[in-house]
Design a protein around this ligand. Sequence first.
Ligand code: GLN
Length: 492
Amino acid sequence: MLSRGETSSEEILSSVLNRLRRVEGTLNAYVYVNEDAAVRRARALDSDGHRPRRRRPEPDAATPGRKGVLRGIPIAVKDNICTRGIPTTCASHMLEGYVPPYDATVVKRVEEAGTVLVGKCNLDEFGMGSSTEYSALGVTRNPWDPGRVAGGSSGGAAAAVSAGAAIAALGTDTGGSVRLPASFCGVTGFRPSYGCVSRYGLVAYASSMDQVGFLARDALDCAALMDAVAGPDGLDATAHPGRLEAVLDPHALEGSRVGVPVKWVEQLAAPETRRAFREAIAALERLGAETREIELPEPSFLLSTYYVLAVCEASSNLARYDGALYGARRRGTTYEETAALTRSRCFGREVRRRILLGTFALSAGYHDRYYSRAVLAREAVRGEYQQVLSRVDFIATPTAAGPAFEVGEKTDDPLSMYLEDAFTVGPSLAGLPALSLPMGFTSEGLPLGLQLVGRRFDDYRVLAAGRAYQDATAHHKARPPDRWTRRDRSRQ
Ligand code: GLN
């Protein structure tokens, strides 16, 4: 509609801001709303010849990179991605008052693509969590049922997109933080292959797995965002030097082989998830995929490997917050005292738990027993995924064992929170592209997600498969309510 001149960026933004105002008091999806600057930007884009200009007929919509497709589109950004002149808190007291002097590469690139920044979204502190309950700025709630969590750690971004308070969002995914909230909130979430998207300006949690990802209504929108931000970046040495060709083959599923770890799914997924998953597999088969049973490493093996590596890297990455350079400071009489005071007061419980675990696992005497073993285990995991993916084109699983859980249900039990990531950490360890697609609802009306994983750098093939699935199904079109009953609210 924008490119045909039937609406304007300002009009889209104002509808997004209206939704935001209506739902934000209940959901708490945003930690910062960039309203005035966004309105100015939308107006500037409109008056810059956006609206009246007649365009050439739309090229094939299967080409996500068609020029200008993101121009004028309001998007949200998870608050662990640096935005110049706009506070970036990582939902932590530690970064209170921090205003980055630079933009993350991804922010710069979406801006160049013409998007309008609506605001910054809530997350688990520094990305550590699976529910957005470990945020120092309050819990984000699920638009489908505000008594439940939005998933994490990109819960704010997923809730915002789901509720129409952003058209799409940039999130980050270390062990599932884009896919899990996408699944819980009924939106589409994509984690690219490690290295496809620059991490420059993303606040580090576990650098060997951190990736920027996308949350949107559908796979096509994820592909458009991917195309805008992916590609080499001299500021991130792990960014892959090549550029993937942004083409979505409409026949991506025809004649493809989809591997299903049947035992895994039976062992882990709740009955309603298994039913929706069976239907999703049947839909993939109707679209021409041939499914095969595969075996993957045990979920408990994947989870232990992931959580040892993640906490080790976190303890090292977070050592920089010592109350001296930036962020919060709780002053003591010596440097050591200032660092200790600042770190013990300004990091939340879960972050401190992970720093302690990571420091322990890295310390002399334990290093070989934990960290070095986890590094070897990751190599084994990579090898196994690679082997499986030499026989099949995609791996399909549910994104999570069940739907969003109740707020407070798991906060006191870190292990059960970690178990939420059983389906998502494998692709993270192996650096593979992974997509979460809405695949139906529980009898209570809560969304469920289908995860499709592909070979390294087959990102657009995975997105194309997702698009083919979404062309044939309507789960991604369902919308949550924007008014909640008194019962919902009283459960808050
Ligand atoms: N829940 C996982 C963790 O806490 C994943 C988080 C993430 O991907 N940022 O580590």
